[in-house]
Design a protein around this ligand. Structure first.
Ligand code: MRU
Length: 368
């Protein structure tokens, strides 16, 4: 996607041979600063994922894949296998909820099986590049499939904007390019369909306010930032035509883990007959799980993310402020699970399907 007129992906390499460097956009600096950061070691990569310089299911997967390439090229001569096993484990342990992380590591493991260090450098690079390219292409296709849904809603609105509510950030910043939930929005906007997005701020880390609002603004898509709890009210008053979110892990029957608060939006949508879609590439499915509420591991992050907010002060500096009494304990679950029964449809790179095992297998019969 474009940033001030220049096309960027969220992760890429520059240079060649020994000089080739892995680069990312530091998402903790957005929206106040656009900062590109180089990652040189496996520890750099792990820190970038854990501290959310990179975040979002697809981008976490792509970063892990590039992390394996960095592991291979920085592995000590004599101790290749042990170093690789340890690096894979470090990468795997960074964040627990998004399926894409383990999925990408498994792909790299297969690509490198039986290879020595020298051949592995090239193979790991090729696989990481393929994973990144596939992520971008699958998200582009999600946009095409989701566009049909928005087009239909637009036809019923006779020229009035289609009001779309989204939670967190499942735009291009959460993937390598295009995004999942926002990809259909960009496709509709590019096709000249009038759209307007309600952007949930998405406490505690405010990915909606800092990332989704920034992305949509860069692309010129009309939007309004709303408090997390406003969605139900807007739905009751006919101000939301559809909800679309991303997902971090979706089970084989269609239960979807996504940013904390998504479940409440789905309940409100259900109560108000507002269609609720979840967009995801196939790398986000976990076909080994059925019941998402009991089966999907939910990351619990540092309580200070709830207690402390950061933002631009009147002095023009990014500052952190405590929003509760200094000794208030807090808890910080990062995701929740929306049961399939509350989801109108899943928008994937292969098309739109019902959120059910039958629906999902109709698009992915190889998983039957
Ligand atoms: O904690 P994050 O920012 O990595 O969470 C991921 C998300 O941004 C959302 O849950 C998103 O909707 C799914 S990722 C495409």
């Amino acid at each position: 996607m474009n940033v001030n007129g220049r096309h960027y992906r969220t992760i890429w390499t520059e240079g060649s041979g020994e000089e080739e460097t892995l680069l990312i956009i530091d998402q903790t600096a957005l929206p106040h600063e656009f900062r590109v950061v180089a990652l040189h070691s496996v520890d750099d990569v792990c820190r970038a994922v854990r501290e959310m310089l990179v975040r979002g299911a697809g981008l976490i997967g792509a970063t892990a894949a590039w992390g394996v390439w960095i592991a291979v090229r920085t592995a000590p001569e004599g101790d290749f296998a042990a170093f690789m096993a340890q690096s894979m484990e470090k990468l795997r342990a960074t964040r627990p909820t998004a399926s894409n992380l383990v999925w990408a590591l498994e792909r790299q493991k297969k690509a490198l099986a039986g290879l020595g260090r020298k051949e592995a450098v090239e193979a790991a690079h090729a696989e990481a590049q393929t994973i990144a390219d596939e992520d971008a292409e699958f998200c582009r296709r999600i946009g095409e499939h989701g566009l049909g849904i928005i087009r239909e809603l637009a036809a019923r609105k006779g020229g009035q904007p289609v009001n779309i509510l989204t939670h967190c950030n499942a735009g291009w910043l959460a993937f390598v390019d295009h995004g999942s939930a926002l990809s259909p929005v960009y496709a509709a906007f590019n096709a000249g369909i009038p759209v307007h997005v309600w952007v949930d701020e998405t406490r505690p880390r405010n990915q909606g306010a800092s990332l989704t609002a920034w992305e949509l603004g860069m692309h010129g898509v009309p939007h309004d930032l709303i408090a997390d709890n406003a969605g139900g009210h807007l739905m009751q008053h006919g101000m939301v035509d559809m909800v679309i979110t991303g997902a971090d892990r979706v089970t084989r029957r269609g239960d979807a883990a996504n940013k904390i608060g998504t479940y409440l939006k789905a309940l409100a949508a259900h109560d108000n007959n507002v269609p609720f879609y979840v967009a995801l590439p196939s790398s986000t499915f976990d076909f080994s799980l059925y019941d998402g509420v009991s089966g999907i591991p939910i990351e619990e992050r540092n309580a200070d993310e709830v207690r402390i907010m950061s933002g631009l002060s009147e002095k023009g500096q990014v500052e952190r402020v405590l929003i509760c009494p200094a000794d208030t304990p807090a808890r910080n679950w990062a995701f929740d699970v929306t049961p399939a029964r509350l989801i109108t449809g899943l928008v994937t790179e292969r098309g739109v399907c019902e959120a059910s095992e039958r629906g999902i297998l109709s698009l992915y019969p190889e998983q039957a």
